[in-house]
Design a protein. Structure first.
Length: 147
């Protein structure tokens, strides 16, 4: 399978938002977005256009990869992977693995020292990231719901 990354364009934000909504409605996430996803995607593309990608598999749109240069850089220049979303019909074909490897090579060439991301510990994606040599860091994601 031929897999490559193309720059995600602002005019593709609606398509990307639909993909995110579709895939994140499923188990184990069951997410419902309170905000306009198209606007969120547009904001991400505008913020980090060089790190917003459409995943192409055998000349078909297969997913998205949204990243941002991290403001937290104790180890050097860091990339935070906001989202890797592969459409269901393209999953389990090695696309996610290839995409991470393509991103890693791109980032190394550009002087990045670290890739980081968040993952639901109960998801299949978490095990995937561990197999791809991502390690739990000493930093913990914490949250406070505002009511």
């Amino acid at each position: 399978m031929d897999i490559r990354l193309e720059k995600l364009k602002l005019k593709q934000a609606g398509w990307a938002a639909g993909l995110i909504e579709t895939e994140f409605k499923k188990e184990p996430y069951n997410m419902v977005w309170a905000q306009d996803l198209t606007e969120i995607v547009k904001k991400q593309i505008t913020r980090s256009p060089e790190l917003a990608f459409k995943i192409i598999a055998d000349e078909k749109d297969a997913g998205i990869l949204l990243c941002a240069e991290s403001l937290w850089e104790p180890a050097g220049k860091a990339c935070f992977i906001e989202m890797v979303v592969v459409e269901e019909k393209f999953q389990k074909k090695g696309i996610g693995r290839t995409v991470l490897h393509l991103l890693e090579e791109k980032l190394k060439k550009e002087g990045y020292a670290l890739m980081t991301l968040m993952s639901d510990a109960g998801s299949a994606a978490f095990g995937f990231y561990e197999r791809e040599e991502f390690k739990k860091s000493r930093w913990v994601f914490v949250e406070k719901e505002l009511k």
